[in-house]
Write a protein that binds this ligand. Structure first.
Ligand code: FES
Length: 351
């Protein structure tokens, strides 16, 4: 309890109520309860290395394509188990530290008067002494196992943080990019199908002003991750515009069917799927950062952060009148990246 001085009277016009009487905690008065709390804390911290090792085992032992049914939903088994083991390990450290602070560390109330910001040497020494006293009060000297368990738990926790770096994948060389992010399953003769009904589309199915979300008919031959990866690259939008109201460069003259044009659905900014279509202006708006593309002018960017036009897929019709691709995309779809050469997007004289 501090003694009130004349200085205090100046600084505190309202009388200092002083400290309330200290109330002992159950772990202060009952040694058995204190020991119980101590063991609980050590047990929690000791579980962390086990969970961290389980995380690493799950990472390597559980196949990425395994799924678990939990209630009515299906979850990727590896993701679920990594989340449970990693999350529980971090949670246990947090709970153990809070339990330690609330039950075993000293909770004696104290008063510390304000002082000037610059501390004299004597104060610094006093602070160092206070710090040492505080450490002493945590009981770490007497109950050294907590400190060691905490250090061990934090150290081993580096493993779950480092191991997933293996998922960063191989270095994206030009050859690898050509076979992965720069390639879709679009090929000559592949039909364009509605991405909801999976029905192949005919030119007569589209009216002027209409937009349809579509995909390659072979997409549904793929499954799991291969399906997801390909869908994220090969999804398209088909729009029908009055051919007299749009501008078609010389090199793309035979890429459309009577004003039906087909573009990648993946925004060239950072890859959001797009289909906000303004049929009067022929503009397509990306909802993520408002990049706007003019589909009546080769998908050129008219507004927003996207750095290049939407890739266009050349289409024609087959003998039965269904819309088909004339070939793959001539340029990579999706967001730009440093190595990509946007000068290939258009032929000379197109713009
Ligand atoms: S992802 Fe489309 S504007 Fe950013």
């Amino acid at each position: 309890m501090s003694v009130e001085t004349s200085k205090d009277v100046e600084r505190f016009p309202i009388p200092n109520p002083g400290l309330e009487e200290h109330v002992e905690r159950f772990t202060d008065v009952d040694k058995a309860a204190g020991d119980r709390a101590y063991h609980q804390i050590v047990m929690m911290l000791a579980s962390v290395p086990v969970l961290a090792i389980a995380f690493v085992v799950v990472y390597f032992a559980v196949p990425k394509e395994t799924y678990l049914s939990v209630f009515a939903d299906r979850y990727n088994a590896q993701n679920l188990l990594l989340g449970l083991t990693g999350g529980l390990a971090v949670l246990l450290i947090g709970v153990a530290v809070i339990h330690w602070a609330r039950t075993l560390m000293s909770d004696e109330e104290m008063v510390e008067d304000r002082h000037f910001a610059a501390s004299p040497d004597a104060d610094r020494e006093e602070i160092a002494a206070d710090l040492a006293w505080g450490i002493e009060q945590t009981g770490i000297a007497r109950r050294g196992m907590i400190g060691k368990a905490l250090a061990g738990a934090l150290g081993v926790l580096a493993l779950p943080a480092l191991v997933p770096l293996a998922d960063l994948g191989p270095w994206p060389t030009a050859e690898l990019r050509k076979e992965t992010i720069e390639k879709t399953i679009w090929a000559p003769g592949m039909r364009l199908v509605n991405d909801v009904t999976y029905q192949p589309l005919k030119a007569s199915d589209l009216e002027v002003g209409q937009l349809v979300n579509a995909q390659p008919e072979k997409l549904h031959d793929l499954h799991g991750t291969a399906f997801q990866v390909e869908k994220s690259k090969s999804s398209i939008i088909i729009v029908r515009m009055d051919p007299n109201t749009i501008k078609i460069p010389e090199s793309r003259k035979d890429w459309h069917v009577g004003g039906i044009l087909c573009y990648s659905k993946i925004c060239t900014h950072v890859g959001c799927p797009i289909s906000l279509w303004e049929q009067q202006t022929h503009h397509l708006l990306c909802p993520c950062h408002q990049s706007t593309f003019d589909l009546g002018n080769s998908g050129l960017v008219v507004f927003g952060p996207a750095a290049r036009a939407l890739p266009q897929l050349a289409i024609t019709t087959d003998a039965e009148g269904y819309l088909i691709a004339k070939g793959p995309f001539t340029v990579p779809v999706g967001p730009s990246y440093f190595e990509r050469d946007s000068s290939l997007d258009f032929k000379e004289g197109d713009q």
